[in-house]
Design a binder for this molecule. Structure first.
Ligand SMILES: Cc1cc2nc3c(=O)[nH]c(=O)nc-3n(C[C@H](O)[C@H](O)[C@H](O)COP(=O)(O)OP(=O)(O)OC[C@H]3O[C@@H](n4cnc5c(N)ncnc54)[C@H](O)[C@@H]3O)c2cc1C
Length: 376
């Protein structure tokens, strides 16, 4: 069975970025994606440099086309249901409903997170147009508008106050539960004009793109043009757990500055790991993990099989030792060239012999030529 260089699980911005860079390092990589991108409901996402605003499916389509342009990379729809690290350090991944498995030297987990949604009638008629969960992503669109914040935990205090940076008014609706913030939270909210309604939001009113309000259990309609919710999200970390990757206290998959998890050969990126949940950040984390993953394979055959022997002068990827030896040779050549220049200058100036520094010991016979920097 072919052992791939890497399998990337998840084809959102982070997984595609990782795959792109693995391919650019000429690594055979397969991206498996179940197509449940976190922002698939969103009409317009924001803040991606050079494409602000953007329709998320359009950006993904362009990203897929970028990856598809590399013969080293391929994408397949599907869900990875199990991942095992074999004794030889390779990985075996099983796909839902498929008899065959994938084997790879490395795995990049880019499976993202799933949001917990409020149970409000017509939620999906409005989600991604008038209803959002992230003030950083969509707070700007709340500028000058009346906004409802759905949530009951202590955290909804900061959430509501953040929204006030854009909105003209914010009202918290606790979904019929008791507000969990303490007196200090309540005081802060009152001081900033934020009302807390311990009532249940039953339905959103109006049309997508033109929200009119939220109907409460008692029948009252709370006028608002946008709603934000702060409930919870769940990390898609089942595969990370199967492989034994450590998680942070928040539940993210723990990685170092190169996207390496606690399990050798397993990388992780995107919303699954600590950091901001933004498309640009996800793509950047995927880039870091993809490059690190590719570099970790240095010295292991990476060209597509059909290229071996077909590319003139190609004798397989350099090993690290070969690479270092080549670098040393380059330095030696540089030293020789500098000596030659010195000799020529000395000759042109009618001096007796070559000028050089010998371990820092200078003498009248060996004057220092300070017009040429000595090697080292
Ligand atoms: C409503 C909303 C609005 C947003 N607005 C913005 C915005 O304006 N600007 C911005 O920058 N960000 C925005 N975001 C955040 C942005 O969507 C995420 O930060 C980004 O999608 C994270 O990328 P990712 O690749 O980590 O995960 P995702 O894009 O979620 O991709 C993960 C992929 O992995 C797949 N997957 C999961 N498990 C498996 C498995 N076992 N096998 C195979 N495939 C699997 C999923 O199906 C999915 O396709 C928004 C998010 C939401 C929900």
């Amino acid at each position: 069975m072919t052992v791939l260089d890497a399998v990337v699980v998840g084809g959102g911005p982070s997984g595609l970025a990782a795959a792109l860079w693995l391919a650019r390092y000429r690594r055979r990589v397969v991206v498996v994606d179940s197509g449940e991108h976190r922002n698939r409901w969103v009409d317009q996402a924001h803040g991606y440099l050079g494409a602000d605003p953007f329709h998320p499916p359009d950006l993904l389509e362009r990203a897929c086309a970028d990856v598809d342009a590399y013969p080293e990379a391929s994408r397949r729809p599907g869900r990875v249901t199990a991942a095992v690290r074999n004794d030889d350090g390779t990985f075996t991944l099983s796909l839902e409903g498929e008899p065959d498995v994938l084997r790879a030297k490395r795995v990049v987990l880019a499976t993202g997170v799933g949001d917990v949604f409020p149970e409000v009638e017509r939620f999906f008629d409005f989600y991604g147009a008038d209803v959002f969960h992230c003030p950083t992503c969509d707070g700007y669109e709340a500028k000058g508008k009346d906004v409802v914040a759905l949530g009951w935990s202590e955290e909804v205090t900061g959430f509501a106050l953040t929204l006030l940076g854009w909105a003209s008014s914010v009202t918290i609706v606790t979904d019929g539960r008791g507000f969990e913030g303490d007196e200090a939270c309540r005081r802060q909210l009152v001081a900033n004009g934020v009302r807390v309604l311990e009532d249940e939001a039953v339905a959103f009113m109006g049309e997508r793109g033109a929200m009119e309000g939220v109907r409460l259990r008692g029948g009252e309609v709370l006028r608002c043009a946008m709603a934000f919710f702060s409930i919870a999200h769940r990390f898609h970390a089942e595969l990370a757990d199967q492989l034994g990757c450590a998680r942070t206290s928040e539940g993210c998959v723990q990685v170092d500055h190169e996207g390496c998890t606690s399990v050798p050969g397993v990388y992780a990126a995107g919303d699954l790991v600590p950091g901001l949940h933004l498309v640009q950040v996800a793509a950047a984390k995927g880039t870091v993990a993809g490059v690190a993953c590719a570099r970790s394979l240095r010295g292991e055959g990476g060209m597509p099989e059909e290229w071996e022997g077909a590319v003139a002068g190609y004798t397989g990827p350099m090993t690290q030792q070969q690479d270092e030896a080549a670098a040393r040779q380059d330095l030696d050549h540089l030293g020789e060239e500098i000596d030659e220049v010195r000799e020529r200058v000395a000759h042109e100036q009618g001096e007796k012999g070559p000028r050089f520094i010998d371990e820092g010991a200078l003498s009248e016979d060996q004057p220092v030529d300070d017009t040429i920097a000595p090697p080292g």
